[in-house]
Ligand binder design. Structure first.
Ligand code: HEC
Ligand code: HEC
Length: 282
């Protein structure tokens, strides 16, 4: 046992020594950056690096890298948090609300994270490259889905620590930021609420419009949205009453990426039909 702990300690400090120090507050130079998708008005990130327990069973530690980013676009500012370990042993963590398998590798002055999204054909890769003077961080981001590829380059410059204040302050809650939020999700910070929406869509194998009238997220016109509210309350009460408040029963537990959970297994010809339909939808 002593030996195992000793080894874990050595490997953790070994990893720390290898990694470039990309910690700090960074801001994108939009002139130099090339970002796919609709134009953005700003990108600020806080990056933290610290050893954390990587395997709860063995207590093994690895360097955890967390990028908290705020993207300002047409519809205001949204935050996202990406945490990964510098280790080639995969770890599953939610990213944008959806379980994602992540690995991290440091080489020279770069750190690369690879992710693949559970139950989907989507993958991504982000390479953080630190300049020799430590003042510029270039992020190369590639997102793929089937054979489609989207590439972005963010050129970030180092900021004084105080530039991260706004991003460290708590966000508005969903209740404060949106118009018609009634379930227990209302107390979540806005961006975590949106992550929860992405999780629900993913759990049901559908997109936002399955529950929402396009462009009118506050509208309750769709029956599916009204049902989803009851489902949120149901899952919450099962966890409260039967799992001591732990989030054990979630949308995926029953839905498994279908809007209609099954009460008995599919027959072989039905499985075939469904596979054809899924292939067509993707
Ligand atoms: C399974 C149904 C379902 C799916 C899929 C879904 N939502 Fe929702 N959404 C809801 C429900 C239910 C609420 C209201 C929650 C509440 O009352 O606490 C809501 C509320 C919202 C709101 C708040 C609107 C307002 O002003 O009140 C936004 C924004 C939103 N969803 C965005 C999204 C996005 C973006 C997606 C796709 C990534 C999505 N939703 C997918 C069910 C869904
Ligand atoms: C304990 C199992 C269970 C859990 C957990 C669960 N659901 Fe359901 N859900 C069902 C069943 C059963 C149905 C009815 C299926 C049918 O209509 O064929 C259903 C139906 C729905 C429908 C209606 C689908 C339609 O086409 O009308 C929506 C929307 C939905 N669930 C959303 C959710 C969301 C969002 C969550 C997580 C917050 C969730 N469910 C969690 C079992 C569950």
């Amino acid at each position: 046992m002593v030996k195992v702990i000793g080894l874990a300690f050595i490997s953790a400090s070994f990893l720390c020594a290898q990694s470039p120090n990309i910690s700090g507050v960074w801001k994108a130079d939009l002139q130099k950056s090339k970002i796919a998708g609709p134009p953005i008005k700003g990108y600020t990130a806080i990056i933290e690096q610290k050893p954390e327990v990587f395997n709860r069973r063995t207590g093994e530690k690895a360097l955890a890298i967390t990028e908290t980013a705020a993207v300002t676009g047409e519809h205001g500012q949204f935050r996202s948090v990406l945490t990964f370990f510098e280790s080639d042993k995969p770890v599953v963590r939610p990213y944008e609300g959806i379980p994602t398998r992540l690995t991290g590798v440091a080489e020279g002055n770069t750190i690369t994270v690879n992710g693949d999204v559970a139950g989907s054909t989507r993958t991504f890769k982000r390479t953080y490259e630190l300049s020799n003077n430590g003042q510029t961080l270039t992020i190369n981001a590639v997102a793929t889905n089937h054979d489609k590829e989207r590439q972005s380059t963010y050129v970030l410059t180092k900021q004084p620590d105080s530039a991260g204040e706004a991003l460290r302050a708590p966000e508005k809650t969903a209740e404060q930021g949106f118009k018609n939020v009634k379930t227990a999700l209302k107390t979540l910070p806005e961006s975590q609420f949106i992550d929860q929406m992405r999780y629900m869509a993913w759990s049901l194998g559908k997109d936002c419009e399955f529950c929402h009238v396009q462009g009118h997220f506050d509208s309750d016109d769709k029956k599916e949205k009204r049902t989803a509210r009851k489902m949120i309350e149901m899952a919450e009460s099962i966890d409260q009453n039967h799992f001591e408040g732990h989030p054990e029963v979630r949308c995926f537990t029953c839905h498994q990426q279908h809007p209609h959970p099954l009460s008995y297994p599919l027959f072989p010809d039905q499985i075939k039909q469904q596979q054809t339909a899924t292939a067509r939808a993707r």
